[in-house]
Design a protein around this ligand. Structure first.
Ligand SMILES: [Zn+2]
Length: 389
């Protein structure tokens, strides 16, 4: 994990994460399934290396090796799917551990590797257990019911340099899809998937917030929502008619069209992809329809690439109008297109994003992405015709 990272499952439980940004095992499972890790970064070994709180919890014990035992506040999602309280013991930091009762939020700076006590070099000694497990007196390594670490800690955003081949896993969020409006926590689940993907392909955060703000107004982020009250719209951005989406998927060789993963790729292709699927129109004739709905003349001629990377350096609110006018093209009536609500949504998603994962897309990209969204690919078809929304 990386500093500040938070990850929730689709029910809103925290996902237990591996507490270091790099994994380098120096000593595989030994007594009570303990594993020793070296501090590491892109350049190599790091002493006194930062470790982050794998979940929100508090310190319940400290000992002579600057060891501490840490309990989750609530049940957390394990890498193997288990939902239970979690206990972690860590040891050897050079400085004293936080005192008993100190609490942390997932992603906080939590501990450091070190060489204090019964240690022969700077490292993090770690043991994990299922449930709230307490000290067993005889030796400081003694946690009851030890658990295989790879079955508890998901390794999202950890670079594995030396993982000894154990079954370390990424936690992948699942879309919540319902032909009805989603509530806030359900929207946040889907938004997290969208944010992860759009960041991975280099979209600017304010642009992502603008797209999310529009999606919220269109579909509450449910990829299978049929337009309420008729009208024939469908999906995250309410393609109208639904066949627009189906045709674009056929042209692009993506399926199924009902998948959120597919739809968020289609949107990008419709903004900057091949002319056969292009839905991005920013000529004066298109934009001016929305001059009474927040659009401004400097939006004329903005390219899809400009929008995706926010080369204009616009705030989320303005980008939300850009997306509405250049791509969504709802009613020209400001009372019906609800442009002010789209702007407010965009701002709140931008605020939300600072809590999902740290806003450091460059670093994240550099390390490569584990989040693969391409589902089943289909062969390209010949003789596609153009279609318009
Ligand atoms: Zn050890």
């Amino acid at each position: 994990m990386i500093r500040g990272q938070r990850l929730f499952d689709s029910q809103g439980n925290e996902v237990c994460l591996f507490p270091l940004e790099y994994m380098y095992i120096s000593n595989g499972p030994h007594n009570l399934k303990a594993i020793d890790f070296l501090g590491w970064n892109a350049e190599g070994r790091v002493y006194d290396c930062e470790c982050y709180a794998p979940f929100s919890g508090s310190v319940v014990y400290t000992g002579n090796d600057h060891n501490m035992i840490y309990w989750s506040n609530s049940p957390v999602r394990f890498a193997d799917g288990t939902l239970d309280y979690a206990t972690i013991l860590v040891a050897h930091s050079m400085t004293s551990p936080p005192s008993v009762g100190t609490s942390f939020t997932q992603g906080d700076l939590w501990y450091h590797t070190g060489n204090y006590g019964q240690s022969s070099g700077d490292h993090l000694h770690m043991e994990v257990a299922k449930g709230h497990v307490m000290w067993d007196s005889s030796t400081w390594t003694n946690l009851d019911s030890p658990y295989d670490m790879w079955n508890m800690m998901s390794v999202n955003d950890t670079t594995r340099v030396n993982d000894l081949g154990y079954n370390w896993r990424l936690y992948n969020l699942q879309w919540i899809a319902r032909d009805d409006y989603l509530n806030q926590s359900e929207m946040e689940n889907n938004a997290t998937i969208i944010i992860n993907y759009y960041r991975s392909i280099g979209l600017e955060d304010r642009t992502i917030a603008a797209i999310l703000g529009n999606m919220q107004s269109e579909s509450t982020l449910s990829p299978i929502l049929n337009e309420r009250g008729g009208g024939g719209g469908y999906g995250l951005v309410q393609w109208t008619p639904k066949s627009d989406l189906i045709n674009a998927c056929n042209t692009l060789g993506l399926s199924p069209y009902t998948s959120g993963d597919v739809q968020i790729q289609v949107i990008i292709q419709e903004i900057t992809g091949p002319q056969s699927v292009r839905q991005w129109y920013t000529t004066q004739g298109f934009i001016s329809n929305y001059y009474n709905s927040g659009a401004t003349s400097d939006m004329v001629g903005i390219s899809g690439d400009d929008f995706l990377h926010n080369t204009m350096n616009w705030p989320p609110e303005k980008l939300a109008i850009m997306f509405m006018a250049g791509y969504e093209r709802p009613s020209y009536n400001p009372l019906i297109n609800h442009y002010i609500q789209r702007q407010a949504n965009a701002r709140s998603w931008f605020n939300f994003m600072s809590g999902v994962t740290p806003p450091t897309p460059e670093n994240r990209r550099k390390r490569g992405y584990n989040f693969v969204l391409f589902n089943r690919r289909r062969r390209f078809r010949n003789g596609q015709t153009r279609f318009f929304r």
